[in-house]
Design a protein around this ligand. Structure first.
Ligand code: ZN
Length: 406
């Protein structure tokens, strides 16, 4: 082990013997009491020395025997310590790819803040290279999501769509203007590949993969069609539910951007649950959806999709996807995060598991909410996902440390 105080956390002394790691409320911790000698010893924890060398340095500084091991244990327990050599064989392989790693260093530094074990951040980053994700929809949102995930180190990003790129599909970070007229899916895959020059080789040929999304770590459903964003089709998601494939919805409808729900089949609410819940609250919901889907009352035209809103939604969707791929349950599980122009205030609408939905999520206890609650959800401005899931998504606070009130 080569102990390294996480460089992503800026250090500051609150007083003579209390050190604060980090600046923001989400990550800042205070540690104390700490004597001056130990305080200056912290500078040696920079990943260039192993434990043996650190013990020698400590003896030279007249620190008592066992002090280094105790300090390292304490810092590791507080989630403040990384290991410059840790993370396992995949991490070692990634370290040898200097150019790839240099490009991903800001992401690695960020991962060090959301992981606790020494070497875990590097392990997670390396693990992204072996993951396979499918994005359905190569409009402004979908093509950007694909590029973001590819750029963030996800090894294989497949994109599915039909038709050819239209001028309105072009977006910075997504499909380039040169792609107009090309096949949408191919152009979006190519754009995603360009965001990750040194991707690992594909493990399977395209023909061998299942178009239903089976075999992917995650499927992101980012339709160009505004009705599909607002009222995602339960039947389209059936193969994902039956194969247990996690999936996430994202898109723009009118001037509203939506991320969620993130669906863990059989555990958290799905598109079917969403549909059933809406029908409970508004019996004419199915009638409206049928009209929207048939295009009734509306001439065929380009649906609204504000470029900045699409970018925002793509960024948030990709972040929720990465949170899951890195081992967490994002806050879009059991919720739809929504934001509308021009106010741009975010809120989460809960999506409860529904007993009439065949996905079975209610059996896990997620859907057991009193029905009188359900009626008020549509109008509630601030609602998060269930406490249980939220806890899963939050980082645990290590024992013996205090969150800094900053
Ligand atoms: Zn369901």
């Amino acid at each position: 082990m080569a102990p390294l105080l996480k460089p992503a956390l800026r250090r500051g002394w609150r007083d003579l013997n209390t050190v604060q790691f980090g600046m923001t409320p989400a990550h800042a911790l205070t540690l104390g009491p700490m004597d001056t000698a130990t305080g200056s010893f912290l500078d040696l924890l920079n990943g260039t020395r192993g434990l043996e060398l650190l013990r020698e340095e400590a003896r030279r500084m007249d620190l008592p025997d066992g002090h280094v091991d105790g300090l390292v244990r304490r810092l590791a327990g507080a989630g403040l310590l990384d290991d410059a050599k840790g993370g396992g064989p995949a991490a070692d392989a990634l370290r040898r790819k200097k150019e790839v790693l240099d490009r991903l260093r800001p992401d690695l530094a960020s991962l060090s803040l959301t992981t606790s074990e020494p070497g875990e951040a590097m392990g997670r980053l390396a693990a992204r290279r072996s993951l396979r994700v499918q994005v359905r929809g190569a409009g402004r949102v979908g093509s950007m999501v694909a590029s973001l995930l590819s750029g963030a180190g996800v090894g294989e990003v497949d994109v599915r769509d039909v038709g050819r790129v239209e001028p309105g599909d072009v977006a910075p970070g997504g499909l380039p203007a040169e792609a107009v007229g090309e096949r949408r899916d191919e152009a979006a895959r190519r754009a995603a590949r360009r965001c990750a020059p040194d991707r690992p080789p594909r493990r399977s040929s395209r023909s061998a993969r299942d178009p239903d999304g089976i075999g992917y770590s995650l499927v992101i459903i980012a339709p160009r069609d505004d009705v599909a964003v607002h009222a995602p089709s339960p039947s389209a998601a059936e193969p994902l539910i039956s194969s247990g494939t996690p999936h996430l919805y994202a898109g723009v409808v009118e001037a509203t951007g939506v991320v969620g729900p993130f669906v863990l089949p059989g555990e958290t609410a799905c598109a079917g649950c969403l549909h059933e819940g809406r029908t409970d609250r508004d019996p004419v919901w199915p009638r409206l959806v049928a009209q929207w889907r048939s295009g009734l009352g509306r001439a065929r035209q380009v649906p609204p999709c504000d470029l900045t809103l699409a970018t925002t939604i793509a960024g948030l969707a990709a972040a929720h996807a990465l949170a899951f791929l890195d081992g967490r349950v994002p806050s879009s599980a059991g919720a739809r995060w929504e934001v509308s122009l021009p106010g741009l205030s975010w809120h989460a609408r809960p999506v409860w598991a529904h007993p009439a939905c065949p996905c079975g999520a209610t059996e896990k206890g997620e859907g057991e909410h009193p029905s009188e609650d359900a009626g008020s959800h549509e109008t509630m401005a601030e609602q998060g996902p269930s406490k249980k899931l939220r806890r899963k998504a939050d980082a645990e606070r290590p024992a013996g440390t205090r969150r800094a009130h900053v």
